[in-house]
Design a protein around this ligand. Structure first.
Ligand SMILES: C=CC1=C(C)c2cc3[nH]c(cc4nc(cc5[nH]c(cc1n2)c(C)c5CCC(=O)O)C(CCC(=O)O)=C4C)c(C)c3C=C
Ligand code: FES
Ligand code: FE2
Length: 352
């Protein structure tokens, strides 16, 4: 997604989100999207002010990219030297900027590596659609050989990262309460109509949670757990149960005084982890009677996570077409002409 680097970029960042037809379709989108973005700007600016005045996403993504290519140069000398480019969707450096830099550098082989572990047409799908449009404009003769990493939510090192950080967090609970402490996995929600369209995200987040819990059970961890959904915006019906309501009820019904919350769908910190979970829901938990609210760390530059993205890229370079058929398949009820065009391009690019 990217994020505003300072509060002056919040308005254009929100406009870009509300004008993206892959994430939402509004009547008279050009007018209504801008209107909603303008109305939300001061609220979102205040939230960014509480987390340091801007999004840390570019800092984390560059640290991840740099460490990934350094490791890859050693592991895969036959495909070296490697380089990384950051392409965000709603704020600079956008995909268009990254692609222009790639072309200026004379690169002829590129892996489009989605940093969302779990695929949704509203996130990764929107980015692949944008990538198609930008390359069609800037590189119409297709001088670049492309391949795609579209989902990796059950990679063993990703599972290890989450299992390790949950175990570390449980150590912050008194031993006599530790095994009973609920683990709440929280992911960004989807409007229900997107789920019914056939979007695979909910399923894929569930798969990540299932693998993390299987690993923890193997290690003898017996805690109860739930998967809950955060950050709904606007009047639509969204997938529940909502993170906010579950935290509140767990506290007010006296179910627990300790809670471990795990952001399970984000590769680095941003407003949803730092503000929504770290400030807003921490306060809500406290008010509801949960004294010990423990938020696990986002992957950021954790060494296990860096090993994970390196391994994902390394395996991909050895076998670049292995996600081909899943990525080119479409949601059951997809009516988007753009999805069709992008998926045709991906199919053609992979067979080159
Ligand atoms: C990781 C998964 C995400 C999914 C799936 C997702 C779907 C989705 N989001 C919106 C609308 C908004 N999302 C906004 C912010 C936002 N969304 C995600 C992640 C997913 N979204 C992140 C990480 C962020 C925050 C980024 C940051 O600022 O650091 C916003 C803007 C914020 C606001 O106005 O409050 C909107 C709007 C929809 C409609 C949707 C599925 C269709
Ligand atoms: S909306 Fe999922 S493929 Fe088009
Ligand atoms: Fe979102």
């Amino acid at each position: 997604m990217g994020g505003p680097r300072n509060i002056n970029e919040v308005n254009s960042y929100l406009k870009n989100i509300f004008l993206d037809r892959d994430i939402m379709q509004l009547p008279m989108q050009n007018t209504l999207g801008k209107f909603i973005a303008n109305r939300r700007t001061s609220k979102v600016q205040a939230e960014y002010n509480l987390i340091g005045g801007g999004s840390p996403i570019e800092k984390w993504t560059r640290l991840q990219g740099k460490q990934l290519i350094d490791k890859l140069d050693v592991m895969s000398p036959e495909t070296a030297p490697h380089n990384y480019y950051v392409g965000f969707r709603y704020n600079e450096p956008k995909t268009k900027t990254a692609l222009q830099n790639i072309l200026d550098d004379g690169v002829d082989r590129v892996v489009a590596f989605s940093q969302y572990f779990q695929y949704s047409c509203s996130t990764s799908g929107s980015n692949f659609n944008d990538l198609y449009k930008q390359q069609n404009e800037l590189d119409p003769t297709s001088s670049i050989k492309w391949s795609f990493i579209d989902r990796w939510g059950t990679h063993p090192l990703l599972i290890k990262f989450f299992a390790d950080s949950i175990q570390k967090s449980l150590l912050k609970v008194d031993p006599d309460q530790r095994d009973k402490t609920p683990i709440l996995f929280s992911a960004h929600s989807l409007p229900l109509y997107v789920v019914l369209k056939g979007d695979t995200y909910v399923n894929e987040v569930g798969a990540t949670v299932g693998c993390v819990m299987a690993e923890l059970r193997n290690r003898g961890v017996i805690n109860p757990y739930r998967l809950v959904w955060q950050s709904e915006v606007g009047p639509l019906k969204w997938l529940g149960p909502s993170t906010e309501k579950v935290i509140e009820k767990m506290g007010t019904s006296n179910l627990t005084k300790n809670l471990v919350v795990v952001p399970i769908a984000f590769s680095s910190d941003h407003i949803e982890t730092l503000f929504e979970l770290g400030i807003e829901y921490r306060e809500l938990a406290k008010k509801s009677g949960i004294d010990n609210f423990i938020l696990t760390d986002s992957p950021n530059d954790d060494p296990t996570f860096i090993d994970c993205i390196t391994d994902v890229a390394f395996k991909h370079l050895q076998s670049p077409n292995n996600s081909n058929y899943q990525l080119t398949s479409r949601c059951h009820n997809c009516v988007s002409e753009q999805c069709k065009i992008t998926k045709n391009w991906i199919q053609t690019a992979l067979s080159k």
